[in-house]
Design a protein around this ligand. Structure first.
Ligand code: ZN
Ligand code: ZN
Length: 383
């Protein structure tokens, strides 16, 4: 079962975010590491962090997503702007390593502003090569972008190229934003299996570490970035039902960044997504009905059979990040895990027939394709 949450404001502190998440039935969340436009950072109180960590453990939260500010542009043409990105990301990651080890740091790769994609990628790789050696307990995610303006990272090939050229690729991952990828021309509405197959072939599903769940105000392939409430945009509820119930995405943290007025709006969306996970169908209306209860519907599987161990960076991302200290009872042993053998990535063999299935048709409940994922057969290990 994926972890579900939304973007929360850090302005009330860390414990407050944990309480807000609990109040809307979330078991993950995202927050900005610093003012998204300015760049100022608020010093975290150790007691505040400690209080959040208790909430995360008791609530069995999945990995959190710390989001770097929008203003960072590690591939700017301006050296000062690049230096600021380097400083801010290094500082963000140091704090995360210290305060909330085992979680995720997501950032926008940047805009090449007329220098060309190749130059943009070169600058992003150079920045990451300065940053990554110092990162110990945090996975660094490139966000897949819609391709507006001169954004880098709007194709799987560009993301793969960045990852393949950094010095520590094992510390890297990708965050897919449903609005962005649909706008970028990946048809997750009509052909989710095909897009995931393509992702696996080009980047590798083991690098997919988080999702942003957003509907889109603009049509397929628009290269715009206009988030809409779930079910109210060009993706529609059925797409989100398939995404949250897709076997290849089942252990990932998924955060809403939809334009809601209040926490209860995200609570209603989370409740609807949990209803899909329980086998429910899609609502007739746009948007989510107000949630009757914020109670989290955890499955009966709570084996709690995991050691409180930091992820070794080279491990499969989904397991690696899921082994954050969040929600992990101390001192418990983790079952041995199968290692993926090199050369078994039969990614291209994913069902083409499935890819052509018409929208609205039922997805077969086949397990994840062989070789696409290193995972245990059962007991997904984080509940
Ligand atoms: Zn983002
Ligand atoms: Zn966006």
């Amino acid at each position: 079962m994926p972890f579900l949450g939304c973007h929360l404001s850090v302005s009330g502190g860390f414990e407050k975010m944990g309480r807000d998440a609990l109040s809307i039935g979330a078991d993950t969340f995202q927050y900005f590491t610093r003012n998204p436009r300015g760049g100022a950072v608020k010093e975290a109180e150790p007691a505040d962090i400690a209080a959040l960590r208790v909430i995360l453990a008791e609530g069995r939260f999945g990995p959190l997503v710390a989001h770097g500010p929008y203003t960072l542009n590690p591939c700017s043409a301006d050296a000062k702007t690049r230096d600021f990105a380097l400083m801010a990301m290094t500082d963000d990651l140091k704090r995360l390593d210290e305060n909330l080890p085992g979680n995720l740091y997501n950032f926008h790769p940047g805009s090449h502003v007329g220098q060309g994609v190749e130059k943009g990628i070169e600058l992003i790789v150079a920045a990451l090569n300065e940053i990554l050696p110092g990162v110990r307990h945090t996975r660094v995610l490139l966000e897949a972008m819609s391709g507006k303006g001169s954004e880098v990272g709007c194709t799987f090939e560009q993301l793969a190229e960045i990852i393949s050229r950094v010095s520590c690729p094992e510390k890297m991952g990708v965050c897919l934003d449903t609005c962005h990828v649909y706008s970028a021309g990946y048809d997750i509405v009509g052909d989710l299996d095909g897009v995931l197959e393509q992702f696996d072939r080009v980047i590798g599903l083991k690098r997919l570490c988080a999702l942003h769940l957003n509907d889109s105000m603009t049509p397929f392939g628009s290269h715009k970035d206009r988030h809409e409430k779930l079910g109210c945009g060009s993706l529609g509820w059925e797409a989100f039902r398939r995404i949250v119930t897709h076997p290849a995405l089942k252990d990932l943290p998924m955060c809403l960044e939809t334009p809601q007025e209040s926490l209860s709006g995200w609570g209603a969306e989370i409740a609807q997504l949990r209803s899909f996970l329980a086998g429910g169908g899609v609502p007739d209306e746009c948007g989510a009905a107000p949630a009757k209860t914020a109670a989290r519907t955890k499955g009966p599987d709570a084996p709690a059979a995991e050691a409180q161990k930091r992820p070794a960076p080279e491990e499969n991302c989904q397991h690696g990040v899921a082994e954050a200290e969040n929600g992990r009872p101390a001192g418990q042993k983790k079952p041995a895990r199968a290692r993926k053998k090199p050369g078994t990535a039969a990614a291209g063999k994913t069902s083409r027939k499935a890819a052509r299935r018409p929208a609205g048709a039922e997805k077969p409940s086949a397990p994840a394709k062989a070789g696409t994922r290193t995972r245990k057969k059962s007991g997904d290990g984080n509940r």
